[in-house]
Every structure is written in structure tokens, then in C-alpha cells.
Write a protein that binds this ligand. Sequence first.
Ligand code: HEC
Ligand code: HEC
Length: 378
Amino acid sequence: MEIIKKKLLFSKLWLFLSISLLLFSCREEEDPSKNNHIYKPTAVSPSEIFPTEFGMPPLPADNPFTVEGIYLGRMLFYDPILSIDSSISCSSCHIQEFAFADPQKLSTGVFGLKTGRNAPSLFNMAYSRKFFWDARVNTLRDLVFEPIQAHNEMAMTLPLLETRLRRNQKYIDYFNKAFNTEPNLLDMSKAMEQFLLSIVSKDSRFNQFFPGTNSHLLNASELRGAFIFNGLVDFDAQGKTKGADCFHCHGGEMAQQQNPLMGGIASNGLPGAVVDKGVGGITNRSQDLGTFKAPSLLNIALTAPYMHDGRFNTLEEVVEHYSTGVNYDHPNIHPQMSAHGGIQLNLSQEQKDDLLAYLRTMTDFTFISNPAYSNPFK
Ligand code: HEC
Ligand code: HEC
């Protein structure tokens, strides 16, 4: 009798235990609001991002593109909470309608402070391994920490930033979706890296024309400009001057030379004493003094003012610089700038107009209105 009772009790207990275990494990699996829920981000193939004409860029193996990672990076890019007083976002200085450059000569950071240099345009960065005018940073993942902490940009401290992100429900959700983590600085930088790498400009008329086979896409003036740009015309009586040779440093389908030795980093003979040491300020080598990264000329008509210090207000002024204003006494002027024996090009008015017309074909209107890069909070 006793034994039977005990057995019964035991089996009841067992039933109770197994039922509650079952319930418990069900709840564990099905509650989507739980933070440790495993969310599988949606992979994005690089071939959906990069055009075949540009080829496949080298990409970081430990940070594959996902829909959620790119979106998180885009949220961060447009979010002023990345700055100490929540007033400035990356997009305050990198504005899409200006190809992510800033129409101000020097940009304004927190407390009205000014940057030391002109903010460059942002696109096709996956094809580059040198960032900033002085090429001091090699990856976008590392780069993002500079503006965030610079006293005259966002002036943020990293511990405070991490705390802010961890208290923000939309970031709790999106870090979980993109990386299955709580908000943290490494994944923040990886998400921004994904977004920045995904920004591509490829649809300008120049790009449709490149490498020159679709010449019907350009009008006569633009075509003459292309010849001048690419050094394909003889236009002085002695035959010494072969076009303006812009292509040496701004060549290829991305209108930018990547190789530092071939003009990818150079002095283009700006007049006046060297105030900003440029690459020389990083390497401390005299041969780098006053040299800068040669920027891409895609979207150049949108990104005034020009040069690292924003000294030229218009493209006309830039062309005038290359035509008559080159400082051949610059200590490190690039050999490609003095290929004509150190004499000014002295372009005629028609040649200048043609060159300008060609530069204006490099504007990519699809890019500056592409919703994939726009403010996700609007
Ligand atoms: C207050 C204005 C300002 C803010 C805010 C700002 N930037 Fe910049 N950005 C600049 C300036 C100025 C430079 C050029 C600095 C230099 O070369 O020394 C620059 C350069 C860059 C470059 C280098 C581009 C190239 O081709 O070399 C990248 C990338 C960039 N910024 C991304 C960002 C991101 C991401 C953020 C937000 C985390 C950000 N910036 C916030 C002004 C700003
Ligand atoms: C030897 C290399 C070299 C050659 C040749 C050259 N450039 Fe440049 N270019 C540069 C460098 C380097 C800079 C950035 C200089 C700086 O900011 O101090 C630059 C800047 C520019 C800018 C301003 C870009 C910006 O975003 O602010 C324009 C526009 C430009 N070049 C157009 C031309 C044109 C047009 C020609 C031909 C007439 C030409 N370049 C020839 C190296 C070169």
C-alpha cells in the first residue's frame, strides 16, 4: 500500500516536472522580445553593391555586408547622439546633396568650433586604403573614432557613447539584429564601416562615357575637354604642351589615382608657403611636406570649395590654378605637374570652358538622391 502510494506520488511529480520543463523550454524558444534571441541578419552580396565596371574591391573578411549592418551604420551616420551635446552628426559635415562634402570652407563642429581642413566628398571608399587629406588612416573602421572624439568635431568620449547606445532601445534592437550583441564600440565601428563601404557613385555621364567608347554621350565641347584632361592634344606651337594631363592624378573610371607613387599623393603646386604640412605632418619626411591625397573628381561640380583648405571657391578658379597659377617652386611639386618643363599651360578661354564642361559630366545625380544613403530618421 505504502509502496503504491509512493509510486503514484513519484509519477505525479514526474509528470508535473516534465510538463513544466516542456513549457519552460517552449517559452525560451518562442519569446521574440527576449534579448538573447538569435536573429539571423540578411546577407548582401558585394556584387549587388559594386558595379562590374569598377571591379570587386578588397573587402574586410570579418565584416560581411548585411542589410541590418548597413542600416545600423546609416542610423549612426545620421544620429547626432554621437556628439557630446547631441548637436552634430556625421551628416552635419558630409551632406548627401553635395556628394557628402560640405559647402563650407571649413566645417562647423560642436560649440561652433571649426575644422582645420575642408570636408571631402564620400563615395567609392571601398576602393581606397588611404583616408583623410594626409592619408593617415587605412581603414574606415579605425577612421570613425577620429571625428567622434575630435574636440572640434563631435568631442565625444567613448565610454559615454557606449553608455548612450546601450540605453537606447532602437540601438539595442539593431545591434542585436546586425551582430547579435548589445551595443558596443567595435560593432558600432563595423556597422559604420559597412555603410561607408556601401556608398557607391557610378552613374555620372562621365561613367557612361568611360573609357571613351560611347563618345556620342558627350557634346563637342565636353569631348574636347576629355582630350585636354587626358593629355591627348598638342596645343602649343612647339609641341611641348600635351594637354593638361589631369588624368595622371585623377585618372580611371573613379577619376582618382590610388597609387601614391603615380600621383595618388602629390603636391599640385598650390601657391604660397606650405602652412599645412599634409602627409609630411604624419611621416615627418621632407619629401612629403605639403603633399596631399589626390581626391576623386567624380561629383566635383557639387563639392566646392576646393583643395584641402577650401581655398578655391569655384571650379573656374581651380582650372585657372592649373592653367596659370601653378607654383613650380613648391618644394615637392609632383613630376607630373612639371612634365612640361615647368611652364604654365596658359589654356585659352575655349580650352578652359571645354575642360570645365568635361568636369561637369562627372556629376552623378542618381547618387545624390539615392534613398539607400539618405537619412533613415526622415
Ligand atoms: C565637424 C565636421 C565633421 C564631422 C562631424 C565629421 N566629419 Fe568626416 N571629415 C571632416 C573633415 C574636415 C575631414 C578631412 C579631415 C582631414 O583630412 O584631416 C573629414 C574626412 C572624413 C573622411 C575621409 C574621406 C577620404 O576620402 O579621405 C571620412 C571617411 C569621414 N570624414 C567620415 C566621417 C564619419 C563617418 C563621421 C561621423 C562619425 C564624420 N566624418 C564626421 C569633417 C567632419
Ligand atoms: C600631380 C598630380 C595632379 C595633377 C596632374 C592634377 N591634379 Fe588636381 N589635385 C591633385 C592633388 C594632390 C589635389 C589636392 C591638393 C590639395 O588639396 O592640396 C588636387 C585637387 C584638385 C581639385 C580639388 C578637389 C577637391 O575635392 O577639392 C580639382 C578640382 C582638381 N585637382 C582638378 C584637376 C584638373 C582639372 C587637373 C588638370 C588640369 C588636375 N587636377 C591635375 C593632384 C593633381
